[in-house]
Design a protein around this ligand. Structure first.
Ligand code: ADP
Length: 449
């Protein structure tokens, strides 16, 4: 019957699609459900890239990286509370996941830098265009090619178990069909995070009450409840990340790659105040301390040309421009004289290769070419680090750390991979690697049954 499969995957973000394709390729019959009318979740919005170490793409560019270094950066960024076994999976499979995506038709050949990384390891399409939309499109095309049964407007409600506690299916609610159940040996939860649910967010972290969010409407966290009702334990739920640079004018998230490619941050007084490519938690906290709780990303045409995404921000009208920094300051009510001095001083650091003020580790280019731009930014709730507890086979665990047979989790719905703070570029890596793994494990489990 058409509602009986080996594996049902809940959520159509990067984790859900990776899990579906991988489960299929390991011999399972799959249904993918998505509660929203559109596919892609938040994964589709990801703009930074996919972190991976020791890749062919890095080698081709002469970048020296290692698994140890990516592990160290990830743990440090997560304030060392990450689950080391999960970080090991993330890091050791990262090259394999880039190759897997590439073999399916993705272009991840550009390699840039995101906050908290010691070297360039953020893989993205040539020209730096939106990696999330690209990755989701490639995965979707591959799911279509495999004729995977995808059902939109269908919400996962409750995991069903047999008398011995093994998963036997999922109760769902289709927009038109109403409630029905899908019989399956295994369920993979790939329902994403809950950054868009400010009630849930502010209960866990009252500082974030009333904050805007960068997330899509489906990021409410009902998957956390579905898992919890099935006995899953939760980890690190209180760690919620604010993305430091949400445009004040347009509400769009401005990717960290703008800073990675050379933009600086200044306050209304025209002064730099932080290492621009520090981790997201530190950058967000620093911005909130400035006048008006906002800051400005300042860059020139050379930065603009290095990242095609910037033209989108300009197109949206969130990046006013002028041919001198004094004029730019006037447009945005920033102290133009101080701004000019700050940029000149920063440019001397680019020349000397050393940031004497904030020890910014990458100084890719001076800000002195063509027109200047300013984007006013403020932090917005972006990523929820915590979630369902999984082991290194993506099996969901209960509070006694026993697995719930047949239940798997992958992506932002899970906790432990990123610790207290996720590094930019580690989400795409997480969802593809753990999605693949969950798909493979669930297919193998179903075959054994
Ligand atoms: P990840 O990055 O971990 O893949 P995303 O946020 O990209 O996560 O995708 C998660 C998807 O899961 C979203 O499209 C969201 O609408 C969907 N989703 C969330 N809860 C449910 C649910 N209960 N049933 C079906 N789909 C869900």
């Amino acid at each position: 019957p058409k509602d009986t499969v080996d594996v049902v995957v809940v959520g159509s973000g990067g984790a859900g699609f990776s899990a579906s394709v991988s489960a299929h390729d390991h011999g399972a019959k799959v249904i993918l459900i998505e509660k929203e009318p559109v596919i892609g979740g938040n994964a589709k919005l990801a703009a930074g890239g996919m972190n991976a170490a020791w890749t062919d793409q890095q080698k081709a560019k002469g970048i020296e990286d290692s698994l140890e270094l990516m592990t160290k950066d990830t743990m440090k960024g997560g304030r060392n509370i990450n689950d080391p076994a999960l970080v090991d999976v993330l890091v050791s499979h990262s090259k394999g996941s880039v190759d897997w995506m590439t073999a399916m038709g993705a272009d991840l050949s550009d390699v840039g830098r995101m906050g908290g990384a010691s070297v360039n390891r953020t893989h993205r399409p040539t020209g730096g265009a939106g990696v999330g939309a690209h990755v989701v499109q490639v995965l979707y095309d591959n799911a279509v090619k495999r004729d995977i049964d995808m059902r939109m407007n269908t919400r996962g409600i409750e995991i069903l178990k047999d008398d011995s506690g093994n998963v036997k299916g999922l109760l769902v609610k289709g927009m038109y069909k109403g409630y029905y159940w899908i019989k399956a040996d295994a369920v993979i939860l790939a329902t994403g995070g809950f950054a868009k649910n400010n009630e849930r967010v502010s209960k866990l972290d009252p500082k974030l009450k009333g904050f805007v969010s960068t997330n899509q409407p489906g990021a409410t966290g009902d998957g956390i409840d579905v898992a919890g009702n099935a006995g899953a334990a939760m980890v690190d739920l209180e760690y919620i990340q604010a993305h430091p640079t949400l445009s004040v004018k347009g509400g769009v998230m401005v990717t960290e790659a703008v800073r990675g490619n050379g933009a600086i941050l200044v306050n209304r007084e025209g002064k730099r105040f932080v290492n621009e490519i520090t981790t997201r938690d530190k950058a967000a906290a620093a911005i909130l301390q400035q006048t008006g709780k906002s800051a400005y990303l300042i860059f020139d045409d050379s930065v603009r040309k290095s990242l095609s995404k910037i033209d989108k921000y300009i197109g949206l009208g969130v990046a006013p421009t002028a041919d001198t920094l004094v004029k730019l300051g006037k447009l945005e009510n920033i102290d133009g004289k101080a701004l000019t001095e700050s940029v000149a001083r920063y440019n001397t650091f680019v020349t000397s290769g050393k940031d004497a003020d904030f020890e910014r580790p990458n100084l890719p280019r001076a800000i002195n070419e063509g027109n200047y731009y300013a984007i006013e930014v403020t932090p917005g709730v972006h990523h929820t680090m915590g979630g369902v507890m999984i082991d290194s086979k993506a099996e969901v665990m209960n509070a006694k750390k026993q697995i719930i047979p047949g239940l798997y989790g992958a992506g932002e719905v899970t906790g432990g991979v990123h610790g207290a703070n996720r590094l930019g570029g580690n989400a795409i890596s997480d969802i593809i690697t753990f999605g693949r793994l969950a798909g493979e494990q669930a297919a193998a489990y179903s075959k054994k049954k």
